[in-house]
Design a protein around this ligand. Structure first.
Ligand code: FDA
Length: 378
């Protein structure tokens, strides 16, 4: 073995694929029973509808090198992501755009009129000197839109009143003064034609890549553990950086999600893939309906059943799956200490979202793995 990779998410798989293509023998271990980290998907058994196990995953990128690289393993559908939100029983388009504004104010403002209105409303606070998230948001988009679309949704995401959240959580709140409600601005966007798992498996499908699942790097009873490998073989580590150092500098905080999946006896529950619930009286943040990610599979999916998933957000404990870094000032201080420790760990390369304590979209995880391969490992 020339290289050990801990974690089979997109970061680890990209390193493995590049290393095998360059003639190296690679072993990947993952503590989960499946490949692919959080991008893993599987077909719901009753309906055959593809479900993203760890929350909806939409691929999008403007990075040509990443786009060309991923197209070696999968083709993409022409799916374009759009999100809607239910506020007081009325559905509005997101991100906030001219359609949202005109529907909310029951008006027919032109782009300039809407811009003037929002700027006027935003004058209540100077967003640059805001003391908390609420003041920052009102300083960006004004109180009415903030209270309708941001306040309660943010409170549900963070389980904290936005008045008690730091202003840095939002740097900008994009408002579009057109009717364009495309969610992403990237050049390329789509979903893998035959699903995420087929894509992930193709990346690992090489005679020089050995994959061992249900294998935890910190389990000393299995042969490829931290004690037996560090210093013996180069290691790319994509697990949590604080766990690697036994939490010596304190725990980094994360938010996690709980998913409630249900098969319903209707052909179409909500008419779209993602519906947010903006108000406080609905405990979940959004509902995914997976059939809508693949309208091109209509002839394969049942027309009398559908799969929905309600999503709830909360702070993670050590036993939960870490999803989004919380990034408090204390977290940032601890991260600096972990980075120093990581630099001193010869032959171990920390990468991916857990290894660097950073939210990374898939294209960013792949792009940063391609850079690590060519700059540090190749
Ligand atoms: P990832 O977390 O995928 O993989 C790390 C792997 O390491 C895991 O499989 C884990 O089991 C393993 N591991 C950890 N500790 C270990 C140990 N001790 N021993 C062995 N294995 C260990 N991106 C995007 O582009 N569009 C989107 O729509 C979304 N949506 C989205 C929703 C949600 C809810 C989340 C949390 C994330 C997204 N993402 C996303 C981001 C996407 O999931 C992310 O970019 C990739 O998962 C990053 O891949 P990594 O390999 O870095 O981590």
């Amino acid at each position: 073995m020339d290289l050990l990779i801990v974690g089979s998410g997109f970061f680890g798989l990209t390193i493995a694929e590049r290393a095998a293509a360059a003639g190296r023998s690679v072993t990947i271990i993952d503590r989960r029973h499946h490949l692919g980290g959080n991008a893993y998907s599987e077909n719901e058994p009753v309906t055959g509808i593809e479900v993203h196990r760890y929350g909806a995953h939409l691929f999008h990128t403007s990075n040509r090198a990443v786009w060309e690289y991923v197209n070696r393993f999968t083709s993409f559908t022409n799916y374009v992501h759009r999100v809607y939100t239910n506020h007081k029983g009325v559905v509005f388009p997101l991100p906030i755009n001219l359609g949202t504004i005109n529907q909310f104010f029951r008006a027919a403002y032109s782009p300039d009129e809407a811009r003037e209105l929002v700027h006027g409303l935003a004058g209540e606070f100077d967003s640059r000197s805001a003391q908390n998230l609420e003041e920052r948001a009102i300083g960006l988009i004004g109180r009415p839109l903030y209270e309708a679309f941001i306040r309660d949704y943010t409170a549900k995401q963070w389980q904290t009143d936005p008045k008690d959240l730091p202003p840095e959580i939002i740097s900008r709140l994009p408002v579009r003064y057109t009717y364009d409600n495309r969610y992403f601005n990237d050049t390329w966007e789509g979903l893998p034609s035959d699903g995420y798992t087929a894509w992930l498996e193709r990346m690992a499908d090489h005679p020089r890549i050995d994959v061992r699942l249900s294998t935890d790097y910190f389990d000393l009873s299995q042969p490829l553990n931290k004690r037996s490998t560090v210093g013996q073989v180069p290691v790319v580590y994509t697990g949590a950086v604080d766990r690697y150092f036994d939490f010596s500098e304190g725990e980094l905080s994360w938010r996690t999600l709980d998913f409630e999946e249900e098969v319903l006896d209707v052909g179409d529950y909500q008419g779209t893939s993602v519906m947010n619930y903006a108000d406080a009286d609905t405990p979940f943040t959004r509902i995914h309906e997976f059939r809508h990610f693949h309208p091109e599979r209509a002839d394969r999916y049942p027309d009398d059943k559908t799969v929905i998933m309600r999503e709830y957000s909360r702070f993670a404990s050590r036993a939960d799956e870490p999803y989004y870094p919380v990034n408090t000032p204390l977290d940032r201080q601890r991260l600096i200490a972990y980075r120093d420790l990581a630099r001193g760990e010869a032959g171990v390369y920390f990468g991916g979202r857990l290894g660097t304590y950073q939210y990374l979209d898939m294209h960013m995880a792949i792009g940063s793995a391609l850079s690590m391969w060519s700059n540090q490992l190749a």
